[in-house]
Design a protein around this ligand. Structure first.
Ligand SMILES: *Cc1c(COP(=O)(O)O)cnc(C)c1O
Length: 464
């Protein structure tokens, strides 16, 4: 039998797909109850993947079986309710189901002619996001892999526009001999912003750093004088404290001198899509570009980042696309707004999430995360732990001890319990435990159970 015949049989019989579905359903049940982090045994069993590249075509069923037997237990159960590490979102059932269906479509979203349905739903998402966030009518959206990529696009657009305003065509002329661009960022800027600055050739040493207050918000009075060569980087959602920069005041100052403002709101921008937390992002609509993830706060599947930009020309020119064979259309051609040409149809899962939730649902989802974070902080405080930040959004910073080594031991003890999973960070020079409440699944019981894990870990490390 040829390889083609074999695959055709698999395609027609569909038993493989059904097998994958059975495993997936088994996993979905398991993920909610099992230990959050893989057990030591599960990690050791990863040795089953240490194999030579086979010479002959394998058995598809056996491949799936191996993956489920040794892969599923070695995954992190972040679809469950007690994963608080990094800022990783859960997954909405409607978006997961949409992904299952559209995986069968396997659409390439570069051009309208490659996938009219994806082009349509990208256009709908763009319009809905504009409405939800109250952004200017000219705002366009690029659907990229994550916020890192979105920031890169926003800053590329900024660079294009600022140079253009100084009669410098960056695409043609590049950096050599170009007029200077100033980059202004808070001392609490996320590493993904620093990465974009480095990639785009601005130079990390050239960043004009601005001091922050005790919550990690940029201090407006500490800003340098701005001019029309400036790119100002603000955050909606500090990755440790969840704090929001004072967007309104700084955007007003930047707009008065024609400086470009980019707001990195990877997880926090969604506050601006709610009713009850919108005060946190007041003035955000006055910026020029925004980066946000679907896969964090909104709980769409990975990977789903969004770049929003009010200056379509600058974005499209900065990401410049050319090629005689590209049939651009009157409709939306997605590749004009992204660095990639070929891309999966991630906007469809975002569309499903937004359609399912509606604006009230976005409010309920995001405010729910905030309420759980407030509960977490409250119960920890009652148990004698020190919470270091004002819990304005979904992030909680805990210092279980003044001693970094003790904090690390308590953290490891919690992680080893398998009850919940959290990571660490450094806050004001001190090692801390960082909690991010990011999944719709997380219940009040999940929080209380996780607080118990804190108490038990402290007991086993400190004996009290
Ligand atoms: C997560 C995060 C990023 C990076 O986003 P990715 O989707 O992981 O690329 C950037 N900024 C902030 C504030 C974040 O929380």
């Amino acid at each position: 039998m040829t390889l083609r015949d074999k695959m055709q049989q698999e395609q027609q019989a569909k038993t493989l797909y059904k097998q994958a579905q059975n495993y997936a359903f088994e996993y979905a049940d398991e993920a909610l109850v099992r230990n959050v982090f893989p057990s030591g045994q599960a990690l050791a069993e990863l040795r089953h993947f240490d194999e030579d590249l086979p010479e002959n075509s394998g058995d598809a069923k056996a491949i799936l079986e191996q993956l489920h037997q040794y892969g599923s237990p070695a995954s992190v159960a972040q679809a469950g309710g007690r994963y608080f590490g990094f800022v990783n979102g859960g997954i909405l059932p409607v978006s997961l189901a949409t992904k299952l269906l559209t995986d069968f479509w396997d659409q390439n979203t570069a051009l309208y002619v490659m996938s009219p349905i994806t082009s349509k739903l990208e256009q709908v998402c763009e319009e809905w996001l504009r409405q939800l966030f109250g952004l200017p009518d000219t705002t366009v959206a690029g659907f990229v892999s994550g916020t890192s990529s979105a920031i890169f696009c926003g800053l590329a657009a900024a660079r294009y526009r600022i140079f253009k305003n100084h009669n410098w065509d960056f695409n043609q002329l590049g950096h050599s001999g170009a007029p200077p661009i100033r980059v202004i960022a808070s001392s609490q800027t996320h590493g993904a912003v620093v990465k974009a600055i480095a990639l785009l050739g601005f130079g990390i040493d050239n960043i004009e750093w601005v001091d922050c207050d005790d919550q990690g918000r940029i201090i407006p009075g500490a800003m340098p004088a701005l001019d029309n060569s400036c790119i100002v980087l603000l955050q909606a959602g500090n990755v440790n404290s969840g704090a929001f920069d004072p967007l309104q005041e700084i955007c007003d100052n930047a707009n008065a001198v024609d400086a470009w403002v980019h707001i990195d709101g990877a997880f926090g921008l969604w506050a601006g899509g709610t009713k009850r937390l919108a005060h946190l992002t007041e003035g955000m609509e006055k910026a020029h570009s925004w980066s946000v993830d679907g896969h964090k706060t909104l709980n769409t599947p990975y990977d789903s980042g969004i770049l929003l930009c009010r200056d379509k020309d600058a974005l499209v020119m900065a990401l410049q696309a050319s090629g005689a064979y590209l049939n651009f259309s009157e409709n939306r051609d997605g590749m004009l707004y992204t660095p990639e040409m070929s891309r999966r149809a991630r906007a469809i899962e975002l569309w499903a999430a937004l359609k399912y939730l509606g604006s009230d649902g976005v409010d309920e989802l995001v405010f729910g995360l905030h309420e759980r974070a407030v509960q977490f902080a409250g119960e920890l405080t009652s148990a004698g732990f020190t919470v270091l930040n004002d819990v304005v959004f979904n992030q909680v910073i805990v210092a279980p001890s003044d001693n970094d080594e003790t904090t690390q031991s308590i953290l490891e003890s919690i992680q080893q319990s398998g009850e919940c999973w959290l990571g660490s960070s450094v806050w004001k020079g001190k090692k801390v435990i960082r909690i991010s409440v990011c999944s719709w699944v997380t219940s009040e019981q999940d929080i209380s159970r996780s607080v118990q894990a804190f108490i038990q870990a402290r007991q086993s490390v400190c004996g009290k």
